[in-house]
Design a protein around this ligand. Structure first.
Ligand code: SAM
Ligand code: SF4
Length: 326
C-alpha cells in the first residue's frame, strides 16, 4: 500500500500479548494493569487480519508483544502466518528466555529471523533493568537460536548511567558469532519518557574512535530503519536504530497491530483503527474482509509524515510500550 507521502507500507508488527516474563523499567514497569484475556485478539482473528493485510500488499510480519513466547501456541501462529499467500517473511522479537524451549520448533515453523533483547551482561544490572534474575536464560536463548539456525540479532537499549558503558562488551558478542547487534535509542513512549537514553550519534563517535576501520555496511539486514557498520575482524555487524537523533520517517514502511486489535499508523500518536470491532461484528467472512481492507486503507491514509519524538508535547500516545507492542 502507498501512503500519502509515497511510502510503500508492507510491514506489519503484530503484538500478540501484553504479558511478559520481565518488567523492563522503560517498557513494563511493575504494577501495570493487565488486559483481560477476552480483550486480546484470538489467533483466528490475528490470522484473519494478516490474510487481509497480505491482500492489501503487506509482505513482512513481526510477531511481538509483550513477550510473544509466553502466549501458548505462538509457534503455531508463526507456522500459520508463514502459510499466508503473499507473506514473504515472518520474524519475532523476544526477550529470549523461552528460546531454549522453542527455538527448534520456531525454525521448523518457518520463522525467518529473531531479535533478542539484551541490554547488559551484568547479572546485577540485568536484575535492575528487567526486575528479574534471568540473564543466564537470555544468554542460553541466544545460543539456542543460533544452534537452531535462526538468523539472530540482538537489540540493545542503552540508558545513561545504567548500562551506557557496556556498548563495547555487548558489541564483542558479535565478534565471533554470526549475529548482529543493534543499538536502539530510547523512545519517549510510556515509561521511556522518564528514562534517559543516550544518543546514537555520541555512541557512533566513541565506536569509530575505538575502531577506526569501521565502515558502512550496505547489505540488507532486516525490514527496519537500522543503519549498519562492519568492523574489520568482526563476524557480525553493528546497527543503529536512531529514532531520535536520526529520524528515519522518510523510509517508514510499517504499521502496528496491538494485541487488542488496534491498527496504529504511527507509534507516537494515539490515532488507530479498531479492527477487533469489525471481527466481532457478526458480519460474514466476506463482509469482514472488505471492511478490514477498508480499515487498512484508512490507517495507511492516516500515517503522518513523521513522528514527533523531538517535540514531546505533541506525543498523544499515553500507553506503555508493552501495551502497544514494541
Ligand atoms: N518482549 C520482547 C522483547 O523484549 O524483545 C518484545 C517486545 S519489546 C516491547 C520490543 C523491543 O522494544 C525491545 O527490544 C525493547 O528493548 C524495546 N523497547 C521497549 N520500550 C522501549 C522504549 N521506550 N524505547 C526504545 N525501545 C524500547
Ligand atoms: Fe517485556 Fe520486552 Fe518489555 Fe522487557 S522490553 S518488559 S522483555 S516486553
Amino acid at each position: 500500500m502507498l501512503d500519502a507521502y509515497g511510502r510503500e507500507i508492507d510491514y506489519l508488527r503484530i503484538s500478540i500479548t501484553d504479558r511478559c516474563s520481565l518488567r523492563c523499567r522503560y517498557c513494563m514497569p511493575d504494577g501495570i494493569e493487565l488486559l483481560s484475556m477476552t480483550d486480546l485478539l484470538t489467533y483466528e482473528e490475528i490470522l484473519e487480519i494478516a490474510l487481509t493485510a497480505a491482500q492489501c500488499g503487506f509482505r513482512k510480519i513481526k510477531v511481538t508483544g509483550g513477550e510473544p513466547l509466553v502466549r501458548q501456541g505462538a509457534v503455531y501462529l508463526v507456522s500459520m502466518l508463514k502459510k499466508i499467500p503473499g507473506i514473504e517473511q515472518v520474524t519475532m522479537t523476544t526477550n529470549g528466555i523461552l528460546l531454549p524451549q522453542y527455538a527448534a520448533d520456531l525454525k521448523e515453523a518457518g520463522l525467518d529471523a529473531v531479535n533478542i533483547s539484551l541490554d547488559t551482561l551484568s547479572p546485577e544490572r540485568f536484575a535492575f533493568i528487567t526486575g528479574r534474575q534471568e540473564l543466564d536464560r537470555v544468554l542460553a536463548g541466544i545460543e539456542a537460536a543460533l544452534s537452531a539456525g535462526i538468523r539472530t540479532k540482538l537489540n540493545v537499549v542503552l540508558q545513561k548511567g545504567v548500562n551506557d558503558d557496556e556498548w563495547e562488551k555487548l558489541m564483542l558478542l558479535v565478534q565471533d558469532r554470526p549475529l548482529d547487534v543493534r543499538f536502539i535509542e530510547m523512545m519517549p513512549i510510556g515509561a521511556g519518557q522518564n528514562t534517559e537514553g543516550i544518543s546514537n550519534e555520541a555512541l557512533l563517535e566513541q565506536l569509530v574512535a575505538k575502531y577506526p576501520g569501521a565502515e558502512s555496511d550496505f547489505a540488507i539486514h532486516g525490514n527496519g530503519p537500522a543503519v549498519y557498520l562492519r568492523i574489520p575482524g568482526f563476524t557480525g555487524s553493528v546497527g543503529f536504530i536512531s529514532a531520535i537523533h536520526g529520524k528515519f520517517c522518510r523510509s517508514c514502511n510499517r504499521m502496528r497491530l496491538t494485541s487488542t486489535g488496534l491498527l496504529k499508523p504511527c507509534l507516537c500518536y494515539d490515532t488507530s483503527v479498531d479492527l477487533r470491532s469489525i471481527l466481532r461484528s457478526g458480519r460474514t467472512r466476506e463482509e469482514r474482509a472488505e471492511r478490514l481492507a477498508w480499515a487498512f486503507a484508512r490507517a495507511c491514509g492516516e500515517k503522518p509524515e513523521e513522528h514527533c519524538f523531538d517535540r514531546e508535547e505533541e506525543i498523544t500516545e499515553t500507553r506503555k510500550m508493552v501495551q502497544i507492542g514494541g
